[in-house]
Design a protein around this ligand. Structure first.
Ligand SMILES: [Zn+2]
Length: 267
């Protein structure tokens, strides 16, 4: 039987023996339950952050922890807004507490290299805060070798790939909510979970360059998507998955694996 990279699918003894080797990298996917238009499920960010982490884990020999299923509140300028039913979010203090706790829990297991693989735009700064608090606390307890990396997978898609994927022009990652990026990945990875017949081909959202609370619901396009997914394709999804994996693997190589190599060379 091929051993899973997903920790939740391992028995505890196998997990412990992996961790006892001493140089394990644990990837923690961070998603959300958020509306993604009429054509994609509410757990799109969970599925995609998990798939990205899975692909990365195969490449760099890491393990993937169970994901953060809920995320920080959807914002109108990046996710359509938290006023839309279906979107179910956590307060910032809860996300911070979860990120801190998960970092501390993996440290308790003996893991010293953790990566949050974010798939929901709004999570990032709160994950950062949770990790920062965990590192401070671990240092006070005398643990100084814990290293945590945070990334959002779309930041590893380079400009050349962006021009290839968006020949008609790129509107920016914030407006990619429910657009070409996520829809292409879902077509490639989870074709049975989406309904391409229901893609709403509307112009990109026109939003102010500021936030206003309470939100003005009329600013969010009726589809809930901030840009059209009409140009999405499974081929684009495959390219995105591969290039993002290569980019993330290079970053992990830089931060973690060279150290792994140095450590094993000096044995
Ligand atoms: Zn999303």
């Amino acid at each position: 039987m091929r051993r899973s990279v997903f920790i939740e699918e391992l028995d505890a003894f196998t997990y412990r023996s992996e961790i006892e080797k001493g140089d394990s990298i644990v990837l923690i996917p961070a998603g959300s339950i958020e509306q993604h238009g009429p054509h994609m499920p509410l757990n799109t960010d969970v599925l995609l952050s998990q798939a990205m982490a899975g692909s990365l884990a195969e490449t760099v020999k890491a393990l993937v922890a169970a994901p953060l299923v809920y995320g920080y509140k959807s914002q109108q300028r990046s996710g359509g807004g938290n006023h839309l039913a279906g979107t179910t979010s956590l307060d910032a203090s809860t996300i911070i507490a979860i990120a801190k706790t998960l970092t501390m829990e993996h440290a308790r297991h003996g893991v010293r290299k953790v990566v949050f693989v974010n798939g929901h735009y709004e999570n990032y700064q709160f994950l950062y805060e949770g990790v920062d608090l965990a590192i401070q606390e671990l240092q006070l307890r005398g643990i100084h070798d814990m290293k945590v990396m945070l990334l959002s997978y779309w930041d590893f898609i380079d400009d050349a790939t962006i021009s290839e994927l968006y020949p008609e022009g790129f509107t920016g990652w914030d407006l990619e909510h429910g657009g070409v990026l996520e829809t292409s990945l879902m077509m490639h990875l989870y074709a049975d979970k989406i309904d391409i017949e229901r893609i709403a081909d509307l112009p990109p959202a026109v939003l102010p360059n500021y936030d206003i609370l309470p939100v003005r619901p009329e600013l969010t396009p009726t589809s809930g998507c901030l840009s059209s997914a009409a140009n999405a394709s499974p081929e684009k999804g495959e390219i995105i998955l591969k290039r993002a994996t290569v980019g993330m693997a290079a970053a992990l190589e830089q931060e973690f694996l060279q150290q792994r190599k140095v450590a094993s060379d000096s044995v």
